[in-house]
Design a protein around this ligand. Structure first.
Ligand code: SAM
Length: 187
């Protein structure tokens, strides 16, 4: 099984006019994605933010739940937040997770990118030997195009089952579904 981690990017991501922006960290993302990632045995959850004050905020949340009064009150959450790493750039996440070895980047999106891979194929690939995999998730209106251009794998979108095609999931829901499709057990 290949080593797998997730990176939640707050830059470079798009706004509604497809301009590249930096988004603010959402507290709920830290908690919910850490818990899902821990459940599916991902090794690390990288929160990527270029602004120091935002990184400090995420580190305070982590500290509260791993060592502060939160850890004493709800130990389950402490276990999950221990896998949270807060970094300034994607390169930092790659360096930390790869430990000097190359890392494959797998992107996610609500819209189909060129040359997408199905979850079934992705799931099989993760069970073959290969470099560690960093799953990239966006905030705002999604990951910037440069990240899709750079990706080793562009995962297919989680599709709508409704007639209007609506499939715009919160990043928390999209991450949990993706983990289950790629890493989950049968039942
Ligand atoms: N503020 C928003 C929220 O509610 O969380 C952030 C939206 S952001 C565009 C959601 C991210 O979740 C996307 O960048 C992508 O990584 C993932 N995502 C959302 N819908 C998806 C889908 N249908 N298929 C695959 N990934 C999806």
């Amino acid at each position: 099984m290949r080593r797998v981690a997730i990176a939640l990017l707050h830059h470079p991501v798009l706004d509604r006019d497809r301009r590249i922006v930096t988004t603010a960290i959402t507290n709920l993302d830290l908690h919910d994605i850490a818990r899902s990632a821990r459940t599916y045995a991902l090794e690390q959850f990288f929160v990527v933010h270029p602004v120091r004050a935002q990184r400090d905020l995420a580190l305070r949340v982590r500290e509260h739940w791993t060592h502060g009064s939160g850890a004493r009150r709800i130990p389950d959450r402490s276990v999950a937040l221990q896998i949270l790493s807060v970094v300034a750039t994607l390169e930092e996440a790659l360096a930390e997770f790869g430990r000097g070895e190359p890392v494959d980047l797998w992107t996610t999106s609500a819209s189909a990118q060129i040359g997408v891979k199905t979850y079934l194929d992705g799931r099989a690939e993760l069970r073959e030997p290969g470099p560690p995999v960093l799953l990239l998730f966006g905030t705002g209106w999604g990951l910037a195009d440069e990240l899709y251009a750079r990706a080793n794998v562009r995962l297919e979108p989680i599709r709508s089952v409704g007639p209007d095609g609506y499939n715009h999931l919160s990043v928390r829901a999209a991450a949990a579904i993706t983990f289950d499709r790629l890493l989950g057990g049968a039942g």
